[in-house]
Design a protein around this ligand. Structure first.
Ligand SMILES: Cc1cc2nc3c(=O)[nH]c(=O)nc-3n(C[C@H](O)[C@H](O)[C@H](O)COP(=O)(O)OP(=O)(O)OC[C@H]3O[C@@H](n4cnc5c(N)ncnc54)[C@H](O)[C@@H]3O)c2cc1C
Length: 450
């Protein structure tokens, strides 16, 4: 049996980051990463392999390259058991490896609803599995009516990429909530996203719930709770993910309320020699410490950096999930961090909102100039930022990370209104019209009027 100081199970966003972090912090430790599959897709890139990237093989995490560069061993194997008393893991082909510290980065699987007809041919979920993704793309070539269930990030990105690939395909997204992307944006941003999708001839059936999938061996239609049946010879489910906790629960590790592996703020499980990070781990909100169902690569890599650094001495603390998202629909970026206005109100915060919209170059006749809107949400009493949303220019995808940093540092509207922002005519809005700073200033104005 080979023995390692550190073994990591899983080589996607969390596993790779945890391994590299562990090597940075403990360069003399012997580290090994074991993963199930030969080819690991970049999960966030999956929708783009249907369209602009062209094939799943073009959207892979170069895990082996990174491990080699960092002097980390790697194996392919399905870990089926953790023997905690002997500090070893066992794979499906009988191999055993000993560990001093173990990190579980076993990720998540797509949710498949228990609806009648879910097992019919051409009903797909989005699995992080290259041959399976290729099968979806092959089916897409021939389909006439595609129904996507779920109008969150995955649903809208897949819809756009399928449209890019097939201009003649009928595409319908069914969503049980009133708006697309409703869990992440306030209404005005959702409405803008919806019109961007409609411009691309993507049908939206909102406030509609799927009841069952019709057909014989192959799916032919989708029956909605309203009684309506829509034609569909292909269905893609994009309705969320469930933590992969199989080996953890078999080993008797504590499982949390959202069915993730229970961890403390240092990412330790109920066994102090075993850590968990990424989609498989239980999460709490940055804002109130309550359980959070969010599963994002940004969270997975942050948790992996905490877990990897804490293996042999406690260096980092997980402050909880902020939830930072970005996507692009048509030519318009949509990005959000933290709480939306409605989520903040639901949690009982007294909120004040500041908004600012300006062209992202100066003067506005510079090449590539586009409008960008920023909305910031503050807690009125303390003036601390709770969330932000951005739409418009693609640089919004980076600006949201600055907003996330403001949230993480619990900055006040005054801190944001007076911090020094680098600007350049070809790269940003003018320093006078800088959207982030001005949105904070607008909120301060409103707070003063109260
Ligand atoms: C279509 C899609 C688009 C997304 N887009 C975004 C985005 O734009 N931004 C964002 O922040 N997030 C996005 N996400 C979410 C993001 O992909 C996940 O949060 C992220 O993949 C989590 O990484 P992870 O390493 O925790 O888990 P996973 O990516 O699920 O990886 C788990 C790994 O563990 C391995 N494994 C599991 N069990 C075993 C075992 N028993 N033995 C060996 N190996 C095992 C798996 O094979 C895999 O390699 C998207 C997700 C999807 C599906």
């Amino acid at each position: 049996m080979m023995n390692y100081d550190v073994i990591i199970v899983g080589a996607s966003a969390a596993g790779v980051t945890a391994a590299i972090t562990a090597k940075y912090h403990y360069p003399n430790k012997k580290i090994m990463v074991i993963r199930k599959e030969e080819l690991v897709p970049i999960p966030c890139g999956i929708p783009y392999t249907f369209g602009i990237v062209g094939a799943p093989e073009k959207g892979l995490i170069p895990a082996d390259e990174m491990f080699k560069k960092n002097n980390i061993d790697t194996r392919i194997g399905d870990v089926i058991e953790i023997d905690r008393s002997a500090s070893k893991i066992r794979t499906d082909n009988g191999e055993e490896y000993g560990y001093k510290r173990l990190i579980l980065a076993t990720g998540s699987n797509p949710i498949v609803p228990t609806l009648s007809g879910k097992d019919k041919e051409n009903v797909f979920s989005i699995r992080k599995d290259v041959p399976y993704l290729q099968k979806i793309i092959d089916t897409l070539q021939k389909a006439k009516h595609l129904c996507i269930v779920g109008c969150g990030f995955i649903g809208v990105e897949i819809a756009e990429e399928c449209r890019r690939k097939r201009l003649d395909l009928e595409i319908t997204i069914v969503e049980m909530l009133t708006h697309c992307l409703q869990l992440v944006y306030d209404e005005e941003f959702c409405i803008k996203a919806e019109s961007t999708l409609k411009e691309q001839n993507i049908n939206l059936l909102l406030d509609e719930k799927v009841e069952s999938f019709k057909g014989d061996e192959f799916v032919k239609g989708v029956k909605l709770a309203s009684g309506r049946i829509i034609d569909a010879d292909m269905v893609i489910l994009g309705i969320g993910a469930v933590a992969n906790i199989d080996i953890a629960s078999k080993a008797g590790l504590e499982i949390g309320p959202t069915k993730g592996i229970q961890v403390n703020r240092y990412m330790q499980t109920s066994d102090p020699a075993i850590y968990a990070c990424g989609d498989c781990a239980e999460k709490v909100s940055f804002f109130d410490g309550k359980k959070s169902p969010l599963k994002l690569a940004s969270i997975a890599t942050m948790e992996a950096r905490v877990a990897g650094a804490n293996l042999f001495s406690t260096n980092r603390v997980n402050m909880g999930v902020i939830g930072v998202y970005s996507t692009v629909l048509g030519n318009c970026a949509f990005a959000a961090a933290g709480l939306t206005r409605s989520q903040a109100v639901e949690r009982g915060f007294d909120v004040v909102v500041g908004e600012s919209e300006a062209v992202n170059r100066h003067p506005g006749c510079m090449p590539d100039a586009e409008m960008m809107k920023v909305k910031l949400i503050f807690e009125a009493g303390s003036q601390v930022i709770l969330g932000g949303q951005v739409s418009g220019a693609k640089s919004g995808g980076e600006l949201i990370n600055a907003i996330s940093a403001c949230i993480h540092q619990r900055m006040t509207a005054d801190d944001i209104a007076t911090f020094q922002t680098g600007t350049h005519p070809a790269l940003t809005a003018s320093p006078i019209a800088y959207q982030l700073v001005n949105a904070a200033e607008m909120a301060i104005g409103k707070m003063k009027m109260r």
